[in-house]
Design a protein around this ligand. Structure first.
Ligand code: DMJ
Length: 483
C-alpha cells in the first residue's frame, strides 16, 4: 500500500522513522480521565459536552468544504493538493492525473447535499478522466479509489457515463488478474498496454477488490470482474497456514508466501479481512463469510493480547504462533469496527477503547506504536480515517453515545491541529507541541474521515442507515437514497 511500508523484517517501520517517545501506553480505562492540556493549548476543549447534532453536522460539513475549496483553488483536476505550498501531487504516476480528489469527493459531496459541487465533479470526471493512460498504475489503489469512487458516483447520481468510465477502467485493470498463473493479481498494470509488473504483492493488495468488482459485475451483468476477485480471495485462503493464519506478502507467479509473518490487522494485510466480511455482506456470498469467520477466529486465538486492560494484536509466526512483534499501526484501528460488524462486538468495543486511550494521550494518533514498550515508532499522522471509521461502525451497531463523544473529540483535535488556510494537511510529528505539519491533503480525506463524522450526526436523508454499506475507502456501495 502506498503509504505503509512493507514489513520485510518483523517490525513495520525502519529505525529512521522511529521517534524517541517511550513512556508506557495508557490503559484502556485511562482515556476517560484525559487531562488534555495540549488540547486546550490548541483551542480544542475535549471535555465539553456535544453541541446539538445539527450543529456538529454543520461544523463537519463546513470543514469538509474548507478542504474542498482549498483543493479546487490550487489543484483542480490534479490528484491531490499541497495545501501549505499551494502545489499539487500526482498520486498514481508522475505526469498523469486522474483527478483523484474529485473522484474521492463525489459521493461525500452528494451525501452532504452539495449538488452544484456534485455536478462540477461529475462533469470533470466525464470529460477528463482517462482510463487508458500509458502508465503503470497500482491495481489496489485504482480499485478502491477510482473504481469504487466511480461506482459510488454512479449509484448516487444515476449518471451512466460514470459507470461506463468505471467499466473501461476495470477492463484495463483486469490483465493484472487474468495474466497471473496463481490468480493472485500483479501489483501494477500499464493501462494502455496491459503489461503487468510487481510480482510480489502484500495481502491487502491482492485481496481488496471483491466489493468493487462484485458490484460492477452486478451492475453490468458481466461476471468477469467478480470471478477475478473471488478467485484471488480463494487463492489466498487455500494458502493459509495450519493455524489458519496468513503471511504478509505473496509471490504472484509461484503463489508462495515470501514471509511467514502474520501481522493482522496491521497494513499491508488489513483490508483483506475487511473485504471478506464486506464482500460476503454485499454480495451475499457464503464462501467469503465462511473464510472471514475461520481466519478471524485464528487472529483472535493467536494474536489478540491484553495488556493493562487494553486489547492489542501481536505479530506472530504463522506456522508456530510464536510472537515476533508488538507494533500497532494506526491503520489497524479500523479493525475495531470490523470485529463488531463480523459478530465479535465485545472485542471490537475493547479494541476501540485501546485506541481511544492512545488518542487521549497524544490527541492525534501516531502512525505506529509498539504497545509493549510504549515506544512511538512513527510519529507521523497522515490524516487517516480508520479511527473515525470504527467509531461510525460501532455507533451504528450499538447506538452508544461513547462513539459520538469520542468521534467529536477526534474531530476537534484534527480541526485544531491539521487545519491550514489552504485546507487540511498531514503532520510530520504529533508528539511535538505545536504539531509539526507536512504539506499534503490526501485524496482519502475527501472520501472518508468527515463522511463518517457527518453521517453520525446529520441524520442524512440520502443515506439508508439500515442497509448502507461503505467500502474500505468509504465509498457508498449500498444505501444511496435517491429521490
Ligand atoms: C485508505 O486509502 C483506505 O482506508 C485503505 O483501505 C487503507 N487506508 C487508507 C487511508 O489510511
Amino acid at each position: 500500500m502506498r503509504s505503509a511500508p512493507l514489513p520485510r523484517r518483523r517490525t513495520l517501520l525502519g529505525a529512521a522513522a522511529m521517534a524517541a517517545t517511550t513512556a508506557a501506553l495508557p490503559s484502556a480505562a485511562a482515556h476517560a480521565a484525559g487531562a488534555d492540556r495540549t488540547d486546550r493549548e490548541h483551542g480544542a476543549d475535549a471535555t465539553a459536552g456535544l453541541p446539538s447534532d445539527a450543529e456538529v453536522a454543520e461544523q463537519v460539513r463546513a470543514e469538509y468544504l474548507h478542504g474542498w475549496e482549498g483543493y479546487k483553488r490550487v489543484a483542480w483536476g490534479y490528484d491531490e493538493a499541497r495545501p501549505v505550498s499551494g502545489g499539487r501531487d500526482d498520486f498514481f504516476a508522475k505526469g498523469h492525473t486522474f483527478g483523484l480528489s474529485i473522484v474521492e469527493a463525489l459521493d461525500t459531496l452528494w451525501l452532504m447535499e452539495q449538488d452544484e459541487e456534485v455536478r462540477l465533479a461529475a462533469d470533470w470526471i466525464e470529460e477528463h478522466l482517462d482510463p487508458v493512460v500509458d502508465a503503470e498504475i497500482q491495481v489496489f489503489e485504482a480499485v478502491i479509489r477510482l473504481v469504487g469512487g466511480l461506482l459510488a458516483g454512479y449509484l448516487c447520481t444515476g449518471r451512466t457515463k460514470l459507470l461506463d468510465r468505471c467499466r473501461e477502467l476495470a477492463d484495463r485493470l483486469l490483465p493484472a488478474f487474468t495474466r497471473s498463473p496463481s490468480h493472485l493479481p500483479y501489483r501494477y498494470v500499464n493501462l494502455r498496454t496491459g503489461a503487468v509488473s510487481g510480482s510480489v504483492s502484500p495481502l491487502a493488495e491482492v485481496g481488496t477488490n471483491a466489493v468493487e468488482f462484485g458490484l460492477l459485475s452486478r451492475l453490468t451483468g458481466d461476471g468477469r470482474y467478480w470471478s477475478a476477485a473471488k478467485r484471488a480471495a480463494r487463492a489466498v485462503v487455500t494458502r493459509r497456514s495450519s493455524l489458519d493464519l496468513l503471511g504478509t506478502e505473496l509471490d504472484i507467479e509461484s503463489g508462495r508466501w515470501t514471509d511467514t509473518h502474520a501481522i493482522e490487522p496491521n497494513p499491508p494485510v488489513d483490508s483483506f479481512y475487511e473485504y471478506l466480511w464486506d464482500g460476503g455482506e454485499l454480495l451475499d456470498d457464503a464462501d467469503l463469510r465462511g473464510w472471514y469467520r475461520m481466519l478471524t477466529d485464528a487472529v483472535l486465538k493467536y494474536q489478540a493480547e491484553r495488556r493493562d486492560g487494553a486489547l492489542w494484536f501481536r505479530q506472530v509466526d504463522f506456522g508456530t504462533g510464536k510472537t515476533t512483534g508488538h507494533d500497532q499501526s494506526e491503520l489497524a484501528s479500523f479493525y475495531a469496527g470490523l470485529l463488531g460488524k463480523g459478530g465479535d462486538l465485545a472485542a471490537g468495543r475493547d479494541y476501540y477503547r485501546s485506541w481511544t486511550g492512545l488518542l487521549d494521550r497524544y490527541q492525534l494518533l501516531p502512525e505506529v506504536v509498539d504497545y509493549a514498550s510504549g515506544q512511538v515508532r512513527s510519529a507521523r499522522n497522515d490524516l487517516r480515517p480508520e479511527y473515525a471509521n470504527s467509531a461510525f461502525d460501532l455507533w451504528r451497531l450499538t447506538g452508544a453515545d461513547e462513539y459520538r463523544q469520542t468521534a467529536y473529540r477526534y474531530f476537534q483535535a484534527v480541526r485544531a491541529r491539521h487545519k491550514v488556510p489552504g485546507g487540511y494537511t498531514v503532520a510530520e510529528d504529533v508528539t511535538t507541541s505545536p504539531v509539526r505539519l507536512g504539506d499534503l491533503m490526501p485524496g482519502y480525506w475527501f472520501a472518508e474521515n468527515l463522511k463518517y463524522l457527518y453521517l453520525m450526526f446529520a441524520a442524512a436523508p440520502r443515506f439508508d442507515y439500515r442497509t448502507g454499506l461503505l467500502s474500505t475507502e468509504g465509498k457508498l456501495v449500498r444505501g444511496a437514497v435517491r429521490s
